[in-house]
Design a protein around this ligand. Structure first.
Ligand code: PGA
Length: 251
């Protein structure tokens, strides 16, 4: 089975519900390659209204952008994986660099979140990636390896079916500076070989690895043509339906 090609939008903390519905419907109704798995990572408040508005036939899947690591309890302001799965939200993004930075989420906490999400039958888009200092010091591969080892590699091979990895170098997020296709390919191939060492060839071949960090309509094709780049996690450009559709159609 060939691994999935995925275009995932990450809207972050953008759009009102009304704007979000309009944006999602534009993507849903656009002329696009529906063999590409298309995911919209939207604010919690948007999940329910979007489920009502988007027809199943449009093959758009929703993702939450975070979840808590407990099922329920006295955690004011949090959303549990169970709540998402009861709503039939298929995906959750875990470990985005903005949550690591602003909400102090570390590898150990992210391991708990991944475990909790899988226990609730969610699929996880797990984000990893290095900052500029690490890149300059040329230790980026080991840095990402450590992120995977401390958060993800607790899972068994069977559970890895529910994981998508998103490599997002922090220096490329929202900066307009993209990793070159060769830089992306180098990291993606390294991640795949880490998967192979830990889980064997089948898991390595079947796990989709997305690139994120200033993916745009005009650079997606080159990035996605790299052999180990299976798609993108797209922030800013996913807020423009025409550009996001262009990205979906760049495979
Ligand atoms: P960007 O964000 O495309 O705006 O760089 C990517 C992300 O944070 O997922």
């Amino acid at each position: 089975m060939a691994r999935k090609k995925i275009a995932a939008g990450n809207w972050k903390m953008n759009t009102t519900i009304e704007q979000g519905i309009e944006l999602a419907l534009r993507v849903a109704n656009a002329e696009r390659n529906i063999s590409i798995t298309t995911i919209l990572g939207v604010p919690f408040t948007h999940l329910f209204p979007l489920q009502k508005k988007i027809k199943a036939s449009s093959k758009i899947l929703l993702a939450a952008q975070n979840c808590h690591h407990k099922t329920s309890g006295a955690y004011t302001g949090e959303i549990s994986p169970e709540m998402l799965s009861a709503m039939k939200v298929p995906y959750v993004i875990i470990g985005h660099s903005e949550r690591r930075e602003y909400n102090h989420e570390d590898n150990a906490l992210l391991a708990l979140k991944i475990r909790a999400a899988l226990n609730s039958k969610l699929k996880v888009i797990f984000c990893c990636g290095e900052g500029l200092e690490i890149r300059k010091a040329n230790t980026h591969i080991n840095y990402v390896k450590n992120q995977l080892m401390e958060s993800l590699f607790q899972l068994d091979a069977n559970e890895m079916k529910n994981i998508v990895i998103a490599y997002e170098p922090i220096w490329a997020i929202g900066t307009g500076e993209t990793a070159s296709p060769a830089q992306a390919q180098e990291m993606h191939a390294s991640i795949r070989s880490m998967l192979q060492k830990k889980y064997g060839k089948r898991v390595a071949e079947n796990t989709s690895i997305l690139y994120g960090g200033s993916v745009k309509g005009n650079n997606a094709q080159e990035l996605f043509s790299q052999p180990d780049v299976d798609g993108g996690l797209v922030g800013g450009a996913s807020l423009n339906s025409d550009e996001f559709v262009q990205i979906i159609n760049s495979f």
